[in-house]
Each structure stands twice: as structure tokens, then as C-alpha cells.
Ligand binder design. Structure first.
Ligand code: FCB
Length: 457
């Protein structure tokens, strides 16, 4: 492979810098790649409804076809295998499994994931199954969605059906992907489905999602002997806009809702007192036993890391009295997200320092840039490759400093439907030509593959 020299690149990085049993994966999600929105009994999810609402998706698109992974999954798994990966994170579309509140599990939906999992195992890819990556069945939203505790019961039925069906073959389960986004983007800022704009609603959703996690863990363990069960949180190092005392205090308030609101209850500490005081009457309804259920204990924590957040004191802003700022002259991806590999090192150290974590996995990390296809069909995405190398080095630093990090899943195998941004944002190591569904490994993907096959950068 041609060696490229990048600014800021670590001197050298090799797979042998990591443990032999380190997991090297890619991460995907159902609605973002599958397409086949109405096939084999799938019913609409909140994302189908949201996409059909004018103005919600920047390019007016939807996941109706996406990468047509529902039909092209064998190609996609072949690609993952050829890259030298040994793990593959995917999510199950709940609307393929249950088409109504009182329905029986849909055999066709289960069959799809069954063959997908068999396909992973046949290719030496350890299946990492996410049970909820945001595609809630619309019929549940019609009854109040996650804010309604009945959705927790529906989730448990769904988890039971899936973990019974796949539990002898799937041994790594993630109950929820990024509860912050489910709750807050879905119900506070309204950027994501279902698009509500209410803090108390968002906090109730958040509580019920965490509760559903806690209740699901023992169920999965019962159905999937020796399974490892965890959750994937989107966590952000929080930095002060200045070294003023006011901005430093703002960091603590912001962190209390952004990160600790999830970590504290999962590790038995309840919601952070400081955040509870700030949200006041908007705090969620909590029933007896809920907090103990949420603190059930996990086998690992999944960390999705993209960028740090910089905050300043902003007394007028409810509820945290903080404001996110975007300092100039920082390196950013095309999305505007700050590129800060050091943030990953810090974050991994922080969670291990502050909580009794056990094994950690980086369950998502990746970047979007405006890819150009060259005349010869190749995609020379230097910036994405640079991002990947620097974040792997940052993870290596965290391990060298004593971190118990066992695996890394790059977001994502394929370009895909990037939620409210539609197809405007490409995060893939593989380029998708949506007109032909042709897959082309970008230079970043080629680099990852060479790295996994033993090349030294
Ligand atoms: C994460 C999501 C994932 C993808 C990446 C870019 O927040 O979990 O589905 O959209 O961002």
C-alpha cells in the first residue's frame, strides 16, 4: 500500500500494538442501511413518519432504499470479512419483528436477522447486536412512544423474542444506542424522530429508555447463556470556553446532563443531584424500584465518541445556564464536529476513573467529509483516513495508560442515511453510489484493511 504522510499523524501504528484478541469492527444500524421499508411485513417506524414530514430531512430523503442492505447483505459481509475485521455491529429493526402491540413475532423478520447472523459467523465476524437504534414502531409512538411506560413492556417482549431466537449465536448485546439522542434529539430539540420539543417529555423518555435497558439485561442473560450485555452511550468531553470560574462551573452543569445523567444511574448513583435541581419540575416521574432496575449491572460499556463540547456560562439558558460554543480555528469535519483525538483518550480515562466500568468498547467513532470520486473511480479520502489513524492512536494511548479497552468499531462500513442530514453526509469507509448501489472501498477503508492485515503505517 502507498504510504501517505499526514499532518499530525502518529509516528507509527500497527495492529500488533493491540492485544491479539482485540476486536476490530465496523458499526451499522438498521434504518440507515437496510432499505426494504415495506418488505416481509415490516411496518413503519417513527423515522418513516418523520421522513415523510416535509422539512424534517435536509435533502427530503428517507431510508426507504438506503444501501439496500436487506438484499445486498452478503456482499456487505463479504466486504467486512475481506477488510480483515473480526466483529460486526448491526441493529435489529423492531418494526420487522412486531407489527402490532399484540402481534406474534414476525417469522420473516426473525429469519432475515437469523441469516445475517449466520453470515457473520461464517465469515469470522463476531455479531454485536444493538436492539434499539432509534427505529421505534410508529404504532407505539401513536400510543405515546417512549414516554408511555407501556412501551417498556413492548420493548421487553421484543427483546425476549429476539434474544430467544438469536441468543445461542449472538453473545454480545447492546440494549440501546445513544439514549441521549433517542430522548433529547427526538423530544427536546426535535431534530430527530418523532420531533417533539419538550424537555419534560424528553426526560421522561430518557428515564423509560434507561428503565427498559435495566429490565432487558436479565432477560437477555436468561435467553442467551454467557452473553455479554451493555449499552452504547454517546459521551462527550466537556471543555470550558475560557478559564473563568463561571465557565468552569458551566462545564460541571453541562456534564451533569450530557454525560452523568446516563452514567450515574447506570452505575447505581441515581440522577445527578445538580442536574435534578436544574431541571426542577421537569424531572421525570420515577416509580419505586426503577433506579435499582436501571443499575442492574452490565458486562461492558460501549462508548460512542465523535467530538468534545465547549461550553460557556449563559445565565439566560434554561435549564443548564450553559451554551455550547464553537471556537474558531479548530479542526472540524464537514459536519462541523471538532476533530479531537485526544478527547477520546481523555474520555476513556475519565469513565474508567469515575465509574466501576469493567471492559470498554469504542462502539462508534468516525467522520464525514465531502468525498470526491476520482476519474479512475477511487475515493482518496485522506482526511477520513487521517481521522481514523489519529483516533486509533488515541485509543492506544488510553490502553497504554491502563485502560481496559477491548475493541473498536468504526462508524461506518458504508455511507448511509444520516438521519436529519439524509444522504448529504457520508461517514462510510465504503462509498455508495446510490444510483447503482455499487460499493467502493475508500482509501480510508483500504488503510483500515491494510492495518488489519498487518501493515505498519
Ligand atoms: C451517531 C449515531 C449513528 C450515526 C453517527 C454519525 O450519533 O449513533 O447512527 O448517525 O452518529
Amino acid at each position: 500500500m502507498k504510504t501517505m504522510i499526514f499532518k499530525h499523524l502518529p509516528a507509527a501504528i500497527a495492529r500488533t500494538d493491540f492485544a491479539d484478541d482485540f476486536l476490530w469492527g465496523v458499526s451499522t444500524s438498521s434504518y440507515q442501511i437496510e432499505g426494504a421499508a415495506t418488505l416481509d411485513g415490516r411496518v413503519p417506524s417513527i423515522w418513516d413518519t418523520f421522513c415523510a414530514t416535509p422539512g424534517k430531512i435536509r435533502d427530503g430523503s428517507s431510508g426507504d432504499v438506503a444501501c439496500d442492505h436487506y438484499h445486498l447483505w452478503e456482499q456487505d459481509l463479504d466486504l467486512a470479512q475481506s477488510m480483515g475485521l473480526n466483529a460486526y455491529r448491526f441493529s435489529i429493526a423492531w418494526p420487522r419483528i412486531f407489527n402490532g402491540v399484540d402481534a406474534e413475532p414476525n417469522a420473516l423478520g426473525l429469519a432475515f436477522y437469523s441469516k445475517l447472523v449466520d453470515g457473520m459467523l461464517a465469515r469470522g465476524l463476531q455479531p454485536w447486536c444493538t436492539l434499539y437504534h432509534w427505529d421505534l414502531p410508529q404504532y407505539l409512538e401513536d400510543q405515546g412512544g417512549w414516554a408511555n411506560r407501556a412501551t417498556v413492556d413492548a420493548y421487553l417482549r421484543y427483546v425476549d423474542a429476539v434474544s430467544r431466537h438469536l441468543g445461542s449465536r449472538v453473545k454480545h448485546w447492546i440494549t440501546h444506542n445513544e439514549p441521549w439522542c433517542t430522548a433529547m434529539h427526538g423530544n427536546w430539540d426535535g431534530m430527530h424522530a418523532p420531533g417533539n420539543k419538550s424537555l419534560p417529555l424528553a426526560l421522561q423518555v430518557c428515564h423509560n429508555v434507561l428503565l427498559s435497558h435495566g429490565r432487558a439485561v436479565p432477560l437477555i442473560r436468561a435467553n442467551s447463556p454467557d452473553a455479554q450485555v451493555g449499552i452504547a452511550l454517546s459521551l462527550h468531553p466537556v471543555k470550558p470556553a475560557s478559564d473563568s470560574a463561571a465557565d468552569l462551573a458551566a462545564v460541571a452543569r453541562h456534564d451533569a446532563l450530557r454525560n452523568r445523567w446516563f452514567l450515574d444511574p447506570l452505575y447505581g448513583r441515581g440522577y445527578p443531584e445538580q442536574a435534578l435541581q436544574l431541571v426542577g419540575k421537569d424531572a421525570p416521574q420515577i416509580e419505586a424500584g426503577d433506579m435499582a432496575a436501571i443499575a442492574v449491572g452490565m458486562d461492558f460499556l460501549g462508548v460512542n465518541y465523535y467530538f468534545p463540547e465547549v461550553v460557556k456560562d449563559a445565565p439566560q439558558q434554561y435549564p443548564l445556564r450553559t451554551e455550547i460554543v464553537h471556537p474558531a480555528e479548530r479542526e472540524r469535519t464537514a459536519f462541523g464536529w471538532e476533530v479531537a483525538p485526544q478527547g477520546l483518550t481523555e474520555l476513556l480515562a475519565r469513565v474508567a476513573r469515575d465509574y466501576p466500568i469493567g471492559p470498554l468498547y469504542v462502539t462508534e467513532n468516525g467522520s464525514t467529509y465531502d468525498d470526491q470520486v476520482s476519474a479512475d473511480g477511487s475515493i482518496d479520502d485522506q482526511a477520513r483516513r487521517d481521522y481514523l489513524i489519529r483516533h486509533l492512536a488515541a485509543m492506544r494511548d488510553a490502553i497504554t495508560a491502563g485502560g481496559n479497552i477491548r475493541g473498536y468499531f468504526a462508524w461506518s462500513l458504508l455511507d448511509n442515511f444520516e438521519w436529519a442530514e439524509g444522504y448529504l453526509r457520508r461517514f462510510g469507509l465504503t462509498y455508495i453510489d446510490y444510483a447503482t448501489q455499487r460499493r467502493t472501498l475508500k482509501h480510508s477503508g483500504q488503510w483500515y484493511s491494510a492495518f488489519l492485515h498487518g501493515a505498519q503505517n
